[in-house]
Every structure is written in structure tokens, then in C-alpha cells.
Design a protein around this ligand. Structure first.
Ligand SMILES: C[S@@+](CC[C@H](N)C(=O)[O-])C[C@H]1O[C@@H](n2cnc3c(N)ncnc32)[C@H](O)[C@@H]1O
Length: 323
């Protein structure tokens, strides 16, 4: 998967003239601050050069995570959101991802750090349609209201908000969401624990789950493991130079939850890990309403075997594709 050309070009133009060494050191500083602050991370980006480094180094991955999560979420829904509130929008990656998947008419981005907001707004001015018209609001989610929208997205934000404030923000996001709320977090135990907390609160508030869970019982991963998925994003030359390494892609791990107002028609099993392929058979770990199962399909299962081989973590298989 790639970011849209218009976003890549806008980013390259914005970075034109920024000394490359300072971009690298800012990107490394941000990454170190995020890692060293641990589960209750609250690193803040206050300098324009850091906002640019964030955009260059992290936007491809957060774009990819939101794009993938949103596509999976929409599979079980019959209607499509037309308005978006992107909360903790940063430099706008989630809005770009949602705009690539949906026919959005209206986007509002809420961001508390002015330098992130300015960078995001500048990038979006090179987009078209709803992106170009997007409204940017310089607000702190913990104290301000969230405007109503069909879809509310919080991408890589909850892990920057602590304790009771986080709960209040989840409740506010749900009140604002006319149709659906998508929360995406890093694919780490901490990111997953934020997702699980949100899942509990949202189910208590009467929400239904569109993805990734195929049921609304407690999460079978909660005790010993964490649920996360991976998306693969192509790396530009600039990105390779910034983050080191030669691979033409990077794999981003993320956890997510899509809560919806209307009960959705979610059936089947979510593949949790890349299938294990053995000689003559394939083994897949799936999440089902009856808990986690390991299913084996052999060559004798024909098309079902072929489909299972091609599955990856996150694929939704219907029940009759696995028996
Ligand atoms: C890791 S960045 C993610 C940005 C973007 N959503 C993405 O996926 O690339 C988190 C963003 O959330 C913003 N943020 C954190 N706490 C916030 C709050 N209480 N109110 C508004 N924005 C907040 C930060 O300033 C930062 O720009």
C-alpha cells in the first residue's frame, strides 16, 4: 500500500530545503521520546521541524494502519459515513486514509499542538475535495467538545491521554459519532490495553462492534496475549533514508476497534496470525464467537485450502470457508 501521490508530493514540497540531518535527528528524538515514555506516553511536538519529521517518518505507517482498519470495518456495514471528525489529528494521516476509502463530504480535524495542526493543514491544502476544505480546530480533547460526525477516528491518540481523562475522551468520542467510531493504537500490549478499555466502555454504552472482533463477548486474547494486526507500506527514498534500512517497505503493527451504532451483520472468523503453511496443509489461528481456534485445512479442502493459504492476519473468513 502507498500513500496517495498528492500527499507524497505535498510532503516532499514541504520538506524541500529542510536540512536532512536535522530531519533525521528530530525523527530519532521523537521515536526515542515515544518509546521511553512507556505506556502512559505524553510526548509533545512543539517545534515545526519536529512536526515535519513526524509527518515524514510516521505518516506512511499511521496512514496504512487507518486505511487497513477502516477497510476491514466497512465490510460488515451497509451504509457509508460522509462526515469525519479526526481527533488528535496530528498532521492529518487518518483523514487522508479515510478520504482514500470513503466519499467524504466534510472533515474536521481537532489537534492541540499548533505546529502539528499547521503542518497538517498545509499538507491538506494540496489535497482535493473534502481534504482541501477540511476545518482545523486547535483544541484539547480533554476539555473541549468534539463536533458531531458520522465517523470519529482517533488514530494513535489514546496512548497520549492518561487515566480518567482517557475514559472521558472515549465517552465524548462515542457521543460525537453518528455512525461509527474507529480507534487505532500501536500494536503493543499498551496499545491493546487502551483498545480493550475502550471496548468495555463502548459495549457498556450500547455500542456494537464492526471489527476486528466477530463477537461482543470478552476478548479471548485479554488474559495472556494482545490482539494486533500488520499492514505493509511502501517506503519512499526519503523514508528509507530517514529510517535507515534498505527494505522497500515497512510493516506497521497496530491494534484497532470499530464501534458502530447499528447492529452489524458480522459473521465469520478473524484470522489472527499469518497462516502456518506445512507440506500438504495449512494451519490458521482464528477468533470466533466460541473463542480462539486453530483450524487445519489440507489440499483435499481445495478452494478453502487455497483461500486459507492466501489469508493474512486480519482477513475475515466465513464459517463455511473453514469447515
Ligand atoms: C502520535 S500523534 C498521531 C497523529 C495522527 N492521528 C496520526 O495517526 O498520525 C498524536 C497526536 O494527538 C495529539 N493529541 C494528544 N493529546 C491530545 C489532546 N488531549 N487533544 C488534542 N490532541 C491531542 C498530539 O498533539 C499528536 O498530534
Amino acid at each position: 500500500m502507498e500513500m496517495p501521490d498528492s500527499l507524497r508530493t505535498a510532503l516532499e514540497n514541504l520538506l524541500d530545503g529542510v536540512p536532512f540531518n536535522s530531519l533525521i535527528s528530530d525523527a530519532q528524538n521523537i521515536s526515542m521520546r515515544y518509546r521511553s515514555h512507556g505506556p502512559k506516553a505524553k510526548p509533545q511536538i512543539k517545534e515545526r521541524t519536529e512536526a515535519l519529521a513526524y509527518a515524514a517518518s510516521r505518516m506512511p505507517a499511521t496512514f496504512g494502519a487507518v486505511y487497513t482498519a477502516l477497510q476491514s470495518s466497512l465490510l460488515s456495514l451497509s451504509s457509508r459515513p460522509e462526515s469525519l471528525a479526526d481527533v488528535g489529528a496530528g498532521t492529518g494521516a487518518a483523514s487522508w486514509a479515510a478520504d482514500s476509502v470513503l466519499d467524504l463530504k466534510d472533515i474536521t480535524c481537532i489537534e492541540k499542538e499548533k505546529v502539528m495542526l499547521d503542518t497538517g493543514r498545509e499538507l491538506m491544502s494540496h489535497g482535493s475535495g473534502a481534504l482541501r476544505r477540511a476545518k482545523w480546530v486547535n483544541n484539547d480533547l480533554s476539555v473541549s467538545d468534539i463536533p458531531k460526525a458520522d465517523l470519529v477516528i482517533a488514530s494513535y491518540v489514546l496512548n497520549e491521554i492518561t487515566g480518567n481523562i482517557r475514559k472521558a475522551v472515549i465517552e465524548k468520542m462515542w457521543s460525537a459519532a453518528g455512525m461509527m467510531l474507529l480507534i487505532v493504537e500501536p500494536g503493543t500490549p499498551e496499545g491493546y490495553s487502551n483498545i480493550i478499555e475502550a471496548r468495555r466502555l463502548l459495549l457498556e454504552a450500547g455500542a456494537h462492534i464492526a471489527a476486528p472482533c466477530t463477537h461482543e463477548k470478552s476478548c479471548p486474547k485479554e488474559e495472556k496475549d494482545w490482539c494486533h494486526f500488520t499492514c505493509r507500506i511502501g517506503r519512499s527514498r526519503l523514508h528509507r533514508m530517514l529510517k535507515g534500512g534498505k527494505a522497500p517497505y515497512e510493516d506497521e503493527k497496530f491494534s484497532y476497534l470499530c464501534a458502530v451504532r447499528e447492529k452489524c451483520n458480522l459473521k465469520g472468523m478473524r484470522v489472527l496470525r499469518h497462516p502456518l503453511v506445512y507440506s500438504g496443509f495449512v494451519q490458521i489461528e482464528v477468533c470466533t464467537p466460541e473463542g480462539i481456534k486453530n483450524i487445519r485445512l489440507s489440499k483435499k479442502n481445495g478452494e478453502k485450502y487455497k483461500k486459507a493459504r492466501k489469508a493474512s492476519a486480519g482477513t475475515l473468513l466465513s464459517a463455511d470457508e473453514t469447515v
